[in-house]
Design a protein around this ligand. Structure first.
Ligand code: PLP
Length: 463
């Protein structure tokens, strides 16, 4: 009997979890007593509970299982890699075939001159490394005062000290954050833009705010702007059409670098390998990616940088002081290569471009239901925002846990969505079928109506 089986036989999954396991992004004060949903297995677009319950995976694990779960050929590729070469150091001149092949595969698919790849262990370490590289780049260029980083409200860039500080200020309530050189701009969400302002005027306001911030800090002190093409965890915030091209113009004007954090948007979620150029029409200086890179089968991330930045970093006279034990891990790189092979062979990007609009179309009518303020997103990245008052767009009190309530009603009906405060987020596997899209739309419809009734019964909402 394995150690896992022996331990779990003695205590049971729930009890072992309750006593010892700390869950990320949870309220620990209620976790002790809370029920667990033990996910035991997964196949295709579905996951299965320990008790045999079947759920459609509306969140793709966590925005990441792009090719769907439980692929045998992925299991075979990973097992075979472990048999051939499990792990070896990537430092100095040591390399491996999977690491070199994946670096080339990413460079050939990334836009512009983004041809140099530094592998990391996930998304946070990709973003954290990108910022270190940017600072180092400016030191090497003789501009060490360029340290300030401009980011946005409602952004999510990770959970290391630095990347949490770059994320929405709300994430650092009760936690320390670096504030000396990090500055937040307004999130480009159209739903909550000021009343009476057109999309074009709103874009202009956002761009002007960015330029004013650079001038306030002094362009000689600003290193980079970091942005998710569509903000994910902050509520699937789709920017106005010209937003990114206009923001990069400002970057170019003041010599500020643009980091596109594509941890969610890359590898097909918006119908392209990378969304920056192919969806939004701009070429950043650096792309960070993770999640869909391996479809979540094995953890991995990457920073992809331009030849221009690399040229400065590789000038003689310094040492490249960054990297991880697991940089370019052979097993992770093999998984990423197999993942890319599957995405291309099954034409998954094309499929998302074809079926994504149907997903948008099927969810859009939910906006007419009670509680729903906004339905937004693109292709396989969607979100529903709930409000207590549609006209005034007021939010429910936190203790109503509106996103969680609807999530619970969905779960009862066999659908997993992501509850995020007053939002439910959807980022399913990109292999989702049309009938499964119908199922998601129908379940959400019924779950929202049931929740609305529940709130009326409890006196939280008026009839
Ligand atoms: C845009 C973005 N960047 C970075 C991260 C952090 O990635 P990880 O959780 O793999 O560290 C996330 C995670 O959700 C993300 O959405």
């Amino acid at each position: 009997m394995s150690l896992a089986e022996r331990n779990l036989n003695e205590s049971g999954v729930e009890s072992a979890d309750r006593r010892h396991n700390i869950h990320p992004f949870t309220d620990l004060s209620v976790m002790e007593a809370a029920d667990r949903t033990v996910i035991a297995s997964a196949k295709g677009n579905y996951v299965y509970g320990e008790d045999g319950r079947k759920f459609l995976d509306g969140l793709g694990g966590m925005w990441c299982v792009n090719i769907g779960h439980g692929r045998d050929e992925m299991a075979d590729a990973v097992a075979s890699q472990i048999r051939t070469l499990d792990y070896y150091s990537p430092f100095d001149d040591l390399t491996s075939a999977p690491m070199a092949a994946l670096a080339e595969a990413l460079a050939t698919r990334a836009p512009g001159s983004l041809n140099r790849v530094l592998f990391t262990t996930g998304g946070s370490t990709a973003v954290d490394s990108a910022i270190r590289l940017v600072h180092h780049y400016f030191i090497r260029r003789g501009e060490p005062s360029r340290r300030h980083i401009i980011t946005r409200d409602k952004s999510y860039h990770g959970s290391t000290y630095l990347t949490a500080s770059l994320s929405d200020r709300g994430y650092s309530t009760d936690w320390n954050a670096e504030t000396a050189f990090i500055h937040h701009l307004t999130a480009p969400g159209l739903y909550r833009r000021p009343d009476g302002v057109t999309e074009a005027e709103f874009t202009q306001l956002l761009v002007a705010e960015f330029e004013a911030k650079i001038l306030e800090l002094g362009p000689e002190n600003v290193a980079c702007f970091i942005a998710e093409p569509i903000q994910g965890s902050g509520g699937v915030i789709v920017p106005p059409v010209n937003y990114h091209p206009r923001m990069i113009e400002i970057c170019r004007k003041y010599g500020v670098l643009y980091i596109a954090d594509e941890v969610v948007t890359a590898f097909g979620r918006l119908g392209h390998f990378f969304a920056s150029q192919d969806y939004f029409g701009f070429v950043p200086d650096i792309i960070t990616c993770a999640k869909g890179l391996t479809s979540g089968y094995v953890p991995a991330g990457a920073v992809i940088l331009s030849d221009e930045i690399y040229e400065v970093l590789s000038r003689p006279g310094t040492y490249f002081n960054t990297g991880f034990t697991y940089t370019g891990h052979a097993v992770a790189c093999t998984a990423a290569l197999k993942n890319i092979e599957i995405i291309e062979r099954e034409r998954i990007c094309e499929r998302v471009r074809e079926i994504g609009p149907y997903f948008e179309e099927r969810l859009a009518p939910l906006a007419d239901l009670p509680l729903v303020g906004d339905v937004r997103g693109r292709r396989f990245m969607m979100c529903i925002e709930y409000v207590a008052n549609k006209g005034r767009k007021e939010l429910f009190a936190d203790d109503v846990r509106i996103g969680k309530r609807i999530w619970r009603h969905c779960q009862k009906r066999g659908l997993l969505v992501r509850p995020l405060a007053h939002l439910n987020v959807l980022s399913p596997p990109l292999t989702l079928e049309r009938n499964e899209i119908d199922f998601i739309a129908d379940v959400l419809h019924d779950a929202i109506l049931d929740t609305a009734d529940e709130l009326v019964r409890e006196g939280v909402a008026a009839e």
